[in-house]
Design a protein around this ligand. Structure first.
Ligand SMILES: *Cc1c(COP(=O)(O)O)cnc(C)c1O
Length: 463
């Protein structure tokens, strides 16, 4: 490949050098701006070369986030990179498509929106922003209730399992809400409804239930949580709302576990978030938050922007934000429909459940979740006194590019170290077979060790 050292100055001749024959003095500075420009193709090649050191997104079994979209979706999203979501007046059709998506999602979650009415919700940059918005709505409503009752409103708390995603800890810290965690216990790796109810008092702004825990892929028992909180209300008068963090499950359960009651079918569920860029099957960063109805979103959190000469309500932390992910989400809705989403998620679950059962058959592992909730499962070494740990295995799996995270469970189960596999659209049975073959190869290698491997880096994995 050739490049021309571009220069507008007349005293420099046009240079034509082979791209990889740049001399060291010609190096691109990394920590400050270069003095002059290079050709677009040169800049792109330099960066591509550097990014080649990143892991392969398709072999990344650590992430929940979409790593594959259809070529038509890619092209459509590339064509709409220039749309700014906030410019409702300039891009009214993108705004319209966002509203359609909110209504489609609310409908999927059994929202009770009447014909001709809009669902209350919005797109966000992901579930993290969505959880901030939902959490604020809970805090504002609680504060209004306390003020109305002439009670102090300065010590809010929120109740959740210790397994919540870090966004809820962020929410609590940034918005000064005391987090109250239900710890793990024995083989329970998520919330216990009775224990959650015990942590509630009149300062509880809400309980978060997680549909699809990042630690093990399990669904929290949202229906049971609602029943326990109903009983708490009839006994004590405390009316504690539930927010469901359905970052992953919001786009899985409606399709492959339609009988499971976790959404607006439960009266106590006042809001739900999901990540469009997880099982919504869109490239990162898009999320959604939907409220049961407009009463659950305090009006003073909502701002107005210009829209076709009128005003349009917005609720967001950002101002400018790409509009093309909303377009990508709508593409998937139109392209796949209900049955398309169902077959994608069902296939993920089939792959996850077959892979987890084959891993159980390998011998040394105990499979703790099998992919029957989210298409996500975790497994641990049955005998932890052997010559290797799950951390060693995770590291060796990288030799062919597999990214399978190993981590220890939180409080009360720090003794348990696991490996996790997230099966996403694009991870086929064939790829699962290749992973299995590599797992066997590494187990054979470990079997030949005569002494335990030195314990290496157990660095934190962030969910
Ligand atoms: C991924 C995840 C989040 C954070 O979502 P982002 O879309 O990455 O911001 C929150 N909660 C749960 C349960 C998750 O799995």
């Amino acid at each position: 490949m050739l490049y021309e050292a571009s220069s507008g100055r007349s005293d420099e001749a046009l240079e034509i050098n082979p791209l990889y024959a740049r001399d060291a003095t010609n190096e691109i500075p990394k920590w400050k701006l270069a003095e002059s420009e290079v050709l677009p193709s040169t800049a792109a090649q330099i960066i591509r070369d550097e990014l080649a050191l990143d892991g392969s997104a398709r072999l990344n079994l650590a992430t929940f986030v979409s790593t594959w979209m259809e070529p038509e979706a890619r092209a459509l999203m590339a064509d709409t990179f220039d749309k700014n979501m906030i410019d409702k007046d300039e891009y009214p059709q993108t705004a319209e498509i966002e509203m359609r998506c909110v209504n489609i999602i609310s409908n999927l979650w059994h929202g009770s929106v009447r014909e001709g009415e809009h669902a209350t919700g919005c797109s966000t940059t992901g579930s993290s922003e969505a959880s901030m918005l939902a959490g604020m709505a809970l805090k504002w409503r609680w504060r209004a209730k306390m003020r109305k009752a002439s009670k102090p409103a300065d010590r809010p708390n929120m109740v959740m399992g210790i397994n919540v995603q870090v966004c809820w800890e962020k929410f609590c810290r940034y918005w000064e809400v005391e987090p109250r965690f239900v710890p793990m216990e024995g083989d329970r790796f998520h919330i216990d409804p009775e224990a959650a109810a015990k942590l509630c008092d009149e300062n509880t702004i809400g309980v978060v239930g997680v549909l699809g825990s990042t630690f093990d892929g399990s669904y929290e028992p949202i229906e049971e949580l609602a029943e326990v909180l109903d009983r708490l209300e009839s006994k004590t008068g405390l009316d504690i709302p539930i927010h469901v963090d359905a970052a992953s499950g919001g786009f899985v359960a409606p399709f492959i576990q339609p009988e499971l009651k976790w959404d607006f079918r439960l009266k106590r569920v006042c809001s739900i978030n999901a990540s469009g860029h997880k099982y919504g099957l869109v490239y990162p960063g898009i999320g959604w938050v939907v409220w049961r109805n407009s009463r659950f979103l305090p009006a003073d959190l909502v701002f107005k922007v210009n829209y076709l000469g009128g005003e349009m309500p917005t609720f967001a932390l950002n101002f400018s934000r790409p509009g093309n992910q909303v377009v990508g989400q709508y593409y998937n809705f139109i392209r796949l429909g209900f049955s398309g989403y169902r077959s994608v998620q069902q296939e993920c679950q089939n792959v996850a459940m077959r892979l987890s059962s084959e891993i159980a058959n390998l011998g040394p592992f105990t499979v703790l979740t099998d992919g029957s909730d989210l298409p996500v499962f975790i497994f641990a070494l049955t005998n932890t006194g052997g010559n290797f740990t799950v951390f060693d295995l995770s590291e060796r799996l990288r030799d062919r590019g597999w990214l399978v995270p190993a981590y220890t469970m939180p409080k009360h189960r720090e003794d348990l170290a696991v490996l996790r596999v997230v099966v996403r659209n694009g991870f086929s049975h064939d790829m699962a077979d290749m992973l299995l073959a590599d797992l066997k190869r590494h187990l054979d290698h470990f079997a030949k060790l005569s002494a335990p491997l030195p314990s290496g880096n157990r660095g934190g994995f962030h969910h």
